[in-house]
Design a protein around this ligand. Structure first.
Ligand code: UT7
Length: 331
């Protein structure tokens, strides 16, 4: 019997950008009642990069896109669509994808945002797969950009130690060999949205003096609840994506969980039953950079020479919405 060849998409270039300014745990000790010891033990984070007052999400994203295009040896004229995942858009509208479009001088190609919390990059890969394989696009520039420090309440020690700013981009096209995206699994549960949200500034609670006084323009999170759901759903997504790919845990060369907390990362590794040395983590140097965390990890694995052709990568994310997803990718 001739084995059916599944069509798939692959990454042909990648790049990321983090702002120059670094905020360490000892800097935070001077700002709120916290300690390096608490932050490291409870989250795994040692430092994070913080955007300047002048830098918005699109500025970080444009730089990441330029690097990804350069890596792919392409220019913006070779791209059919800009897809941008973020929870911290420059403006409610126009989309941040359109601000990036402007920054890259992208002619008239389409551009739009994906709002799926920290799962946005994986949602973006799944949307890109559909658009490329149905012939709508040939090459897509997918970028995850985030400036979570802009919506951080620097007086709230429960959240201000967690987040960082970054953007990471990939160029995608159809694969003509065995490499690329093998399987995907994506889900959401809107009933739990209020556990992690930015309450004010939209049509539900428009911005006002009162919303600012109450701090409703800052990210709000019920950390313990989010933690429990994240562990459960990331385990579910990783196992389901692996099953859909027809692979076993022993086949996984790298598990890349979204970098929200080292304890969530470790717990996901245990749930999937992948040994710790195969579970990638870089949270110590970036904090939680939401949609940028998985593509930065991919870029680091690639440039550090840790990936070889044929390696199986399991990507796994959970975020506001709630949303969660898993993707199996053959390098
Ligand atoms: O990106 C996807 C979405 N986000 C996540 O997945 C994040 C999920 N949640 C978490 O990562 C964790 O819940 C946190 C890191 C946010 C919190 O860790 P925790 O182990 O759940 O701590 P906790 O909230 O239960 O707080 C334990 C104690 C509390 O003190 P008491 O009540 O026991 O006296 C907090 O007030 O730690 C205290 N605390 C802190 N102490 C020092 C909370 N934040 C801090 C802090 N420094 N920064």
């Amino acid at each position: 019997m001739v084995k059916e060849k599944k069509r798939r998409i692959k990454i042909i270039g990648s790049g990321y950008y983090v702002p120059d300014k670094v905020l360490t745990n000892s800097d935070l000790e001077k700002m709120v009642d916290t300690s390096d010891e608490w932050i490291v033990t409870r989250t795994g984070i040692r430092e994070r990069h913080v955007a300047s007052d002048e830098q918005a999400t699109s500025d970080l994203s444009v730089e990441a896109c330029r690097r990804a295009l350069e890596d792919a040896k392409l220019d913006i004229g070779d791209i059919d669509l800009i897809l941008l995942a973020t929870a911290t858009p420059d403006t409610i509208f126009p989309s941040t994808a359109c601000w990036v479009h402007y920054g890259l001088k992208a002619g008239n190609i389409p551009a739009f945002d994906i709002s799926a919390g920290c799962t946005g990059f994986l949602y973006g890969l799944i949307i890109s797969e559909a658009l490329i394989l149905n012939g709508q696009c040939k090459r897509i520039l997918l970028v995850g950009g985030e400036t979570l420090t802009k919506i951080t309440n620097w007086k709230d020690r429960q959240t201000c130690v967690l987040f960082g700013d970054a953007a990471a981009a990939v160029v995608l096209k159809e694969s003509h060999d065995d490499s690329g995206m093998i399987s995907s699994y994506w889900k959401a549960d809107g009933s739990l949205g209020s556990l992690l949200s930015l309450p004010a500034g939209g049509s539900r609670i428009p911005a006002s003096m009162e919303t600012v006084e109450k701090g409703l323009h800052y990210l709000q999170m019920k950390g313990n609840d989010v933690f429990k759901h994240a562990v459960k759903r990331m385990g579910e997504a990783a196992i389901a994506a692996l099953k859909k790919a027809g692979l076993k845990k022993e086949d996984v060369d790298y598990l890349i969980p979204h970098q929200a907390n080292i304890r969530i990362i470790d717990a996901t590794g245990r749930r999937v039953n992948v040994p710790p040395e195969k579970v990638y983590s870089n949270i110590h140097k970036y904090g939680n950079v939401s949609v940028a965390s998985i593509p930065i990890a991919l870029y680091e694995l690639k440039t550090e020479g840790k990936l070889k052709k044929g390696d199986i990568i399991l990507m796994d994310a959970f975020g506001a919405g709630f949303t969660w997803a898993g993707i199996v990718y053959r390098w």
